[in-house]
Design a protein around this ligand. Structure first.
Ligand code: 5GP
Length: 191
């Protein structure tokens, strides 16, 4: 692991939570995103998908993914807050920022950073389905299958990861570490 890079990217922390072992490095991220984009481009040939990025965690993923797509596409964003404690969601979700435009008749692809229990995504899908899209699919960069409480149809998955709290490439801990160019476990370290 490039300890120097992760330390400075995370803010020169000498104690407290910091990036631990790397779960997905930058090269593996880029390669997998190319593969996902190829699959999406072929599945959506002749259509113009609307990518719905879920803020803030999915910003890097949606921007890299859409640049690799070979079909014309559009993007919109939603921000949701899920009630619960720091590490588990309750499934009760509040929309902080809604889509700018209606999605009726559109081919909507929800782009998520990580699906954990699945409760947040389940709520989001119910809300979006009620708006009458022509199709509604999900592309999640990461999933933690061990933690899933609801069976969800996730059409495109980047990586299945073990039940660990991860940071980087958009994912935060208390708003920090989103700018790491790789995904790492969060390491708690006293100091
Ligand atoms: P769910 O409703 O599926 O349990 O929770 C999904 C949300 O919880 C994600 O969109 C993300 O914001 C947050 N989350 C779940 N697991 C992790 C993790 O390992 N790291 C980070 N940074 N956020 C997570």
């Amino acid at each position: 692991m490039r300890a120097g890079l992760s330390d400075s990217a995370g803010g020169e922390r000498t104690h407290g939570p910091r990036p631990g072992s790397v779960v997905v490095d930058a090269q593996a991220l880029a390669e997998r995103i190319r593969q996902l984009a190829a699959a999406i481009s072929s599945d959506y040939a002749g259509r113009v998908p609307l990518l719905v990025g879920v803020l803030k965690g999915a910003v890097f993923f949606v921007s890299d993914l859409m640049r690799a797509l070979e079909v014309p596409c559009e993007v919109d964003f939603m921000a949701v807050a899920s009630y619960g404690d720091a590490t588990s969601s309750s499934g009760v979700v509040r929309i902080l920022k809604d889509l700018d435009r209606p999605i009726e008749g559109r081919d909507v692809l929800v782009v998520e950073d990580i699906v954990d229990s699945g409760l947040t995504l389940s709520y989001l899908l119910r809300t979006l389905r009620a708006r009458g899209p022509a199709s509604l699919e999900v592309c999640a960069l990461l999933t933690k299958p061990e933690r899933r409480k609801i069976d969800l149809p996730i059409r495109y998955v980047g990586f299945e990861i073990p039940d660990r709290f991860v940071i980087g490439y958009g994912l935060d801990f208390a708003e920090r570490f989103r700018n790491l160019p790789f995904i790492a476990e969060l390491e708690e370290r006293g100091g």
